[in-house]
Design a protein around this ligand. Structure first.
Ligand code: NAD
Ligand code: ZN
Ligand code: ZN
Length: 378
């Protein structure tokens, strides 16, 4: 089968690899119809993780069941499914508690497994024609058959639940104000989620005009951090009190207005702009090891937080991988009901063979390249 393979920093190619097959009785093989490039893939693409050359990328996958193992009972060949980027076993303490981002059995290195990702276990990614899905009964979410809503449903594997999770971690209640740092796919989905959950006002911070325009299209207030002092604007807009809730959707590769990387920037701006006793949800990624960073502390994931400010304001903060399975069923139904439109962020649909160009343009954040979908079956 054809698959997108990582060769080294800024170097990916589409090449032939062995077909995905049933390896355990509880596996299924899915023929991929849509698989997305994610901001998380860019951390690997830029050589900022320990990912091995030869890895097939792709954790945002959906498709049609091609084959099921003898231990699979709830899925049949031909079912249209969305696959959460987290791989869960379904029987460990964390999976039972719906914390499927931290499954205790699928990855020897740490709690939590995923397809095609650094340190997340031996699982091949789905930027390919076929994908092996472990514990398929537990992991696959069955979708209405056909092709309707394909570009909305493809957001169910990661960015829509992840954005929702960021808002959930912030503790948002109806009527509250929310600020989201980052208007990439994850930030835009957090903003859309906050609106769906009844926010009174949602501010979205970025500097990319195309992405800020999408935030506006979701009914949010855009703030361009290259043009204004974001903390000052947010403080003024809330009568000096600060915003009720904040979501971090940028991660450790945050840039300041002049383009220099500063991993503490958005967290410190959240501490400063969220109200005393407010809540913060961090879904942007921070890594315990960042071999490409410039200093010894940063190489070990130690960043300079204004912790005293955070403490003195009595804020709360939740972090981590999104537990996709906690939300994807209900978010699917919001799409079917016409209430949620996550597919509005899609900017490009490319054949799999064009994936290297997709990576290049998305990584350079070329204007208009907001969310790139790959269509291996096309
Ligand atoms: N927790 C999870 O489960 C999970 C899942 C998916 C993605 N992620 C992470 O979420 C983050 C965002 O993902 P994405 O796909 O939206 O990525 P992306 O790279 O497309 O988007 C990041 C956005 O942040 C903006 N940005 C950079 N510096 C900023 C600053 N100082 N202030 C405001 N905005 C700034 C960029 O312009 C860009 O638009 C990444 O770190 C990704 O790894 C986490
Ligand atoms: Zn992703
Ligand atoms: Zn588990």
């Amino acid at each position: 089968m054809r698959a997108l393979v990582y060769n080294g920093p800024f170097d990916v190619t589409v090449t032939d690899v062995p077909d995905a097959t049933i390896e355990a009785p509880t596996d299924a093989v899915v023929r991929i119809t849509t698989t997305n490039i994610c901001g998380s893939d860019l951390h690997m693409y830029e050589g900022r993780t320990g990912v091995e050359p030869g890895t097939v990328f792709g954790h945002e996958n959906m498709g049609v069941v091609e084959e099921v193992g003898p231990g699979v009972t709830g899925l049949k060949v031909g079912d249209r499914v969305s696959l959460p980027f987290n791989i869960g076993c379904g029987f460990c303490a964390n999976c039972v508690a719906r914390r499927t981002g931290f499954c205790l059995t699928v990855n020897e290195e740490m709690a939590g497994g995923a397809y095609g990702y650094a340190s997340m276990g031996p699982y091949r990614g789905g930027q390919a024609e076929l994908l092996r899905v472990p514990f398929a009964d537990f992991n696959a979410l069955v979708l209405p058959e056909g092709t309707e809503h394909e570009n909305d449903f493809t957001m169910l594997s990661d960015v829509f639940p992840t954005g929702w999770h960021g808002v959930e971690l912030s503790g948002q209640r109806p009527g509250e104000s929310v600020v989201v740092f980052g208007a990439g796919p994850v930030g835009l989905m957090a903003a859309h989620s906050a609106m769906l959950r009844g926010a009174s006002q949602v501010f979205v911070v970025d500097k990319q005009p195309d992405r800020l325009a999408l935030a506006e299209a979701y009914g949010c207030t855009p703030l361009d951090y290259s043009a204004v002092d974001v903390v000052e604007q947010l403080t003024d807009a809330t009568g000096g009190l600060g915003v009720d809730r904040g979501v971090e959707a940028v991660g450790y590769q945050a840039h300041d207005a002049s383009g220099d990387e500063d991993p503490a920037l958005t967290l410190n701006q959240l501490f400063a702009s969220v109200k005393a006793t407010g809540g913060i949800g961090v879904v942007g990624v921070y890594l315990p090891q960042d071999p490409g960073a410039p200093t010894e502390d940063l190489k070990n994931g130690r960043i300079a937080l204004d912790y005293g400010l955070f403490f003195s304001k009595g804020q709360t903060m939740g972090t981590g991988q999104a537990n996709v399975k906690s939300y994807n069923r209900e978010l699917r139904d919001l799409i079917v009901a016409g209430r949620a439109e996550p597919g509005k962020i899609v900017s490009h649909e490319l054949p799999l063979e064009d994936a290297p160009r997709g990576y290049d343009q998305f990584d350079k954040r070329v204007d208009g390249w907001t969310k790139v979908l790959l269509k291996p079956a096309a």
